[in-house]
Design a protein around this ligand. Structure first.
Ligand code: NAD
Length: 356
């Protein structure tokens, strides 16, 4: 059955980078039997300018009906004075909650050609390929009660770290299934020595693990995980963790690879539907200059093919094409070592040409 993919370019460099990802998708549709129907709509500041809301009803409905959504980026100085409720970034939060995207996948892969862009020594990170899975809709960021209250004549700040068994189970399943698609190892990160909620986390993940005898499960405390990510990141295949720990660890893992222009992400619901987007924002400082690196967005298409469109074969073709293009020396300005670099459109065209 034909799958529906909604493109939401958004603001700043969003339209420039999504255009390159769209060319990749069109190439796959025309040459590799990819049965996908593309549609495009507005989101973020671009949507606000047209409709006075960053997530118009029409965009939300299309997103709800799509099998996958590719988002460029939202936000920019122009919309900063707006009320929080109608700021471009609100569209992202609403999309995540309305689509029930509870699992955030962030791969950290280091292309051998970019080994010098990392702050770690070559032997520590060469061939790095790990995946961090962060629970996205629960944990301390959402737990109630929360707030700042008066107590005994002073103010007290409260947040609640809360996970139910079912919330832990569903993210654990994503962790195990992802490990099955990769190298079969899952490390669950918690703070079970101090926090009861993560003691439950550890118990439930262990229980779910019995359904996946082919996956090797380990557990690690979050402080040790942060240290190990910097000391010996190649020991990990897939990491699964809660919202706050995942927020922090995924940024640590991201920086192992050097450039923000290279990092894709996926946010999934329980049926394989997903929102795919580069990790970076709308980069207003370089918007409209045909300079932005489109590879994070193109790699987000690769994740989409693997996790929502059931075409791991095409995901691999994209990954290989990106490797080849980098191997041939193509660099946008953010990953260039010298003065020479190519444009957004040139990088996109080179990837399309390299897809075999
Ligand atoms: P940013 O990620 O947009 O930019 C940070 C730096 O990285 C900038 O110097 C930028 O030029 C560079 N950069 C980012 N993407 C790049 C690319 N593809 N190629 C080359 N260089 C790239 O973060 P910021 O400057 O803090 O935020 C700018 C705007 O983006 C803000 O309005 C913010 O709210 C928004 N934002 C949106 C998202 C999203 O849509 N998911 C995420 C983060 C920030």
């Amino acid at each position: 059955m034909t799958k529906k993919v909604l493109l939401l370019p958004g603001d700043g460099i969003g339209p420039e980078i999504v255009a390159q990802a769209e060319n990749v998708l069109i190439h796959l549709i025309e040459n590799f039997d990819l049965d996908v129907e593309l549609d495009t709509d507005v989101v973020g500041g671009a949507a606000y300018d047209l409709t006075e809301t960053p997530l118009p009803e029409q965009t939300l409905n299309k997103a709800l009906q799509a099998d996958a959504v590719l988002l460029g980026a939202v936000g920019g100085h122009k919309w900063e004075p707006l009320e929080r409720e109608v700021r471009p970034e609100k569209a992202l939060l609403d999309l995540r909650s309305r689509l029930e995207l509870f699992a955030n996948l962030r791969p950290a892969m280091l292309y051998p050609q970019l080994v010098n862009a990392s702050s770690l020594k070559r032997d520590r990170i060469e061939n790095l390929d790990l995946m961090i899975i962060r629970e996205l809709t629960g944990g301390i960021y959402f737990g109630e009660p929360r707030g700042v209250f008066e107590e005994g004549g002073e103010r007290v700040g409260i947040n609640t770290y809360r996970y139910s068994e079912s919330e832990i189970e569903r993210i654990a399943h994503v962790g195990f299934k992802t490990a099955q698609l990769r190298n079969g190892r899952l490390c669950s990160v918690d703070k079970a020595n101090v926090l009861e909620v993560t003691e439950l986390w550890r118990e439930v993940v262990t229980e779910v693990g019995k359904e996946y005898p082919d996956v090797e499960l380990s557990h690690m405390y979050v402080d040790n995980a942060a240290m190990q990510l910097v000391r010996a990141p190649k020991q990990f295949d897939v990491i699964v963790t809660g919202n706050m720990f995942g927020d922090i660890l995924s940024d640590v893992a991201a920086m192992l690879t050097g450039s923000i222009g290279m990092l894709p992400s996926a946010s999934l619901d329980s049926n394989g539907k997903g929102l795919y987007e580069p990790v970076h924002g709308s980069a207003p400082d370089i918007a409209g200059q045909n300079k932005a690196n489109p590879l994070a967005t193109i790699m987000s298409v690769s994740l989409m093919l693997r996790y929502s469109l059931n075409r791991a074969d095409l995901a691999n073709r994209i990954n290989l094409a990106v490797e080849n293009v980098l191997g041939n020396g193509a660099r946008t300005f953010d990953i260039a070592e010298g003065e020479t670099y190519i444009s957004t459109t040139d990088m996109g065209e080179q990837v399309v040409t390299a897809i075999k």
